[in-house]
Design a protein around this ligand. Structure first.
Ligand code: PMV
Length: 361
């Protein structure tokens, strides 16, 4: 796979100004990506549910560059205000992908971006933010050069480019379910980009809800990139990567057949293992909060009492994702309102669900 293309250079006289807007969702991994090598390549395959209501909306404004220079000329506005830290991160990202999109250097760029979820809600925004940016770049390429007219080629390149910004972002490109990482079992799977999985899964998974309990908002103590780094000399690294491959194999079976019990067992085991890996890292750390644990226990107790297929997952933070199919929403929502919402900061949880993927606006 070679996306570097020195030919994607514009005739400067032909550049007009314009803008492109994409809305791109976050995702929640069922089998987690934790540990990477080389340039954002995963140590094990991962599989996620694409969300719907937790998204980033990004507009990329472009105009012919007024003052030529080596790097990328970009300004970034986050929720209406210039944001230096995000601007720096995006400039670094654009400079990294210059060999893929050399025309970016010929433009003055302005990025306007905002999240649908409340600021500092503790929702990882890198998947939605980086996928939205990658989609904008691919659309820009297509507008200028007509090189990505084939939808499949467009999505694959967007996923590849998103991966270079944030690994998990490459999975946000596809509706409902996405798989990232090579596995002999799924033809076309790759470490370089994610592939769509919804068509290979039972339709029940397209009805899944993910209510996200905001147990604690604010910045994480340890970033995901630092966390991935700690897998390098982690005492359980090899065992983890093997185990994740086994879990993915089992999950693929549960996806095909609609076996929710196996799906839920894997989701919960993966969530707990992700945090166990943090707690047993060479410099151990803890991202769970007391209310996270209470909420997990309540989900398990509710399931044991009622038999309803409701399960949890976690990202690299204390906020619990409560997963269940649409068929039990009338039983599960009152339980969440009564027993889980009081564990949330300000009683807030976000209602999300498996969604249709990014949308160009
Ligand atoms: O995409 P990154 O580098 O922020 O890593 C995120 C990894 C997890 O969200 C914890 C798990 C996953 O597979 O999404």
């Amino acid at each position: 796979m070679q996306y570097e293309n020195p030919k994607l250079v514009l005739e400067t006289s032909e550049i007009k100004e314009g803008s492109i807007t994409w809305k791109s969702p976050s995702n929640i991994a069922i089998v987690k990506y934790w540990g990477k090598y080389s340039d954002q390549l995963p140590q094990n395959p991962s599989l996620s549910i694409t969300l719907e209501t937790s998204f980033t909306r990004t507009t990329l404004h472009y105009a012919p560059r007024r003052t030529p220079g080596q790097g990328v000329s970009v300004e970034l506005y986050f929720e209406g205000a210039r944001h230096e830290a995000f601007e720096q991160r995006v400039r670094k990202y654009f400079e990294k992908i210059l060999p893929i999109f050399p025309f970016l250097r010929q433009l003055d760029l302005k990025v306007e971006t905002a999240n649908s979820f409340p600021h500092s809600s503790g929702i990882a925004s890198s998947a939605s933010a980086m996928s939205a940016l990658a989609l904008c770049c691919c659309t820009l390429e297509d507008e200028f050069f007509h090189t990505l007219e084939d939808d499949e080629a467009f999505d694959r390149k967007a996923s590849y480019v998103a991966r270079l910004g944030s690994g998990s972002a490459c999975r946000s490109i596809y509706p409902y379910l996405a798989l990232w990482g090579e596995t002999g079992e799924v033809p076309g799977s790759s470490n370089l980009y994610a592939i769509p999985m919804a068509e290979q899964a039972h339709p029940v998974y397209q009805t899944f809800h993910d209510d996200i309990l905001i147990i604690r908002s604010g910045e994480k103590k340890v970033s995901s990139s630092a966390g991935h780094g700690l897998m390098h000399n982690h005492p359980f690294a090899e065992a983890r990567f093997q185990y994740a491959r086994k879990s993915l194999h089992q999950l693929l079976g549960a996806l095909r057949t609609g076996d929710l019990e196996t799906f839920g067992k894997i989701a919960e085991a993966e969530a707990l293992m992700l945090h166990a890996l943090m707690m047993s890292a060479p410099s151990p750390y803890l991202l769970l909060a007391p209310h996270t644990i209470t909420a997990m226990e309540r989900v398990q107790a509710f399931r044991a009492e009622t038999g309803h297929p409701v399960y949890f997952s976690l990202d690299a933070g204390p906020n619990l994702h409560v997963l269940y199919p649409e068929s039990v929403i009338h039983e599960v929502r009152p339980f969440i309102d009564d027993q889980l919402a009081p564990l949330c900061e300000e009683g807030v949880y976000l209602q999300d669900w498996a969604g249709e993927g990014p949308e160009q606006l």
